[in-house]
Structure formats: C-alpha cells, structure tokens
Ligand binder design. Sequence first.
Ligand SMILES: [Zn+2]
Length: 263
Amino acid sequence: MHIINEDGFTIHRFLAEQSGSNYNYIISCDETKECLVIDPFDVITIMQIIRENDFRVNYVVNTHTHPDHIHGNDPVIKVFLESKILVHEKGLDNVSPRSETIEDGDEISFGRHSIKVIHTPGHCPEHVTLKIGNYLFIGDTVFVSGCGNTRYGGDPEILYTTFANKIMGFDDNLKLLVGHRYAENNLKFALSIAPDNQAAKDKLKEVEKNGEKITTIGEEKTYNPFMRLDDPNIISGLKKNDPDMSDDPKSVFVKLRELRNSW
Ligand SMILES: [Zn+2]
C-alpha cells in the first residue's frame, strides 16, 4: 500500500492482487472524509481502506470502461447508496445505469477538493485523465516507458494526437498515477529499439532493484519512446524493421505501437 499525503487530501494506491497488474486508487478529503474510488478492481481491499479510514464514497470514477477498470464498480456503489459512477459519455453503455457522464473540463468534487477531467482518447474513445495538484490519474494512456495498446476499441492515430496535443504539453513536474504495472517490459521494449538510451538502462536497473515507482512527465521524456518521436536512435531503430517508414512523428508513434503489440 502506498499512501500519499498531500495538502488536504490523501491518495491510497495499491496493486490489485487478483489482476496482477492493475493499480487501484482512492483519493480522499482529509477534512470531510469524502472520497473518489478510481478504476476499482480489488473490492475487498478497497472496502477495507474505506472502513478503516471512515471514508464516504461520493463517486466511482472510471478512466475508461475496459473490464479490468470497471470490475469493482457495482459492489462499491451498492454499499454507498448516494454514490454514482462517473464515466465519459462514450463509455456510458458499458457501466451500470446508476451513472453520470463527465466530459473534458469538468470538475469532480470530493469534500473541499475537486479533480479536473481531461479527455485523452486513443487507448479507447472514452478515456479520460484526472488532474489534481501535481498528480495525473492517467489510466491506460501513458505507462512508465510506454502507452496503452489500441487493440480493444482504440486507434493509434488518435492516441498520437492525444500525446501531441495534451500529454506532451503537461508540466514536466506532474506525477503519473498509471493504470498498470508494465515498467519492466516497456523499458525492455524501449531498449530493443534504442539500445544506447542511458536513461532507459538506468531506469530498468532501478525498477529491477526497487520495483516500479511513480514517475513524472519530465522523467518519461528521457526514456519513454512514445514521448521521444524525434530521437534519431529511435527512428533509425525503427527503420531497421521498416526501411520505407516515414519519419514524421505520427508515423514513428504508430510504428512503435505496432511493434510493441507483437513484441
Ligand atoms: Zn484499458
């Protein structure tokens, strides 16, 4: 369990044991004990945290509606009768009717705080990122050294546009609360394309020694291939696979995604 104490709010972060790779999050107001449950999978652990801390759930928020991100929705809202599920309208049909839609620019409140909704489609059409203070609950849009796949309703070109227009524009100091623990495989993939990237080598060593830690946008820019589309070593690495590939950033992104799918 990783507990992050911030100014007036607290984030509980843990890996859902049954899924193997999903991170679950609860963000709570220290003063009123109201909370948001984000992408619940491991309901037993979530309920334990809520009971021990005397939290009250305002909303279950889904970054997107893939089965492993909505798995624990209904058991949580059944216990908290006033609570609702919040999801982008493009995912509304996939969740219980006790839900409301959220869209880009909305603010979701819990106690004295609120969290901002940013639409980040590409992994799937309904994907949103949630921003509070220096934290981004980024779901399956960005992973440590990677990005979400686009095989289940996604589109690599739309994901590229989200990276170009939104992700790359975030402040370097923002911290990423990702949806899955994929750092090790992602770093090995990055090094298979650009073997000389020292930041990726160092990061892989750190992850192998200490496990996956929270990273920042700035840190990701040093080794995440999907955020280094003009890196000549990445472009030449990709051209070994496809000599005719165009080296505009969108083609580089789409090629990286394609190779990662089968890697
Ligand atoms: Zn997903």
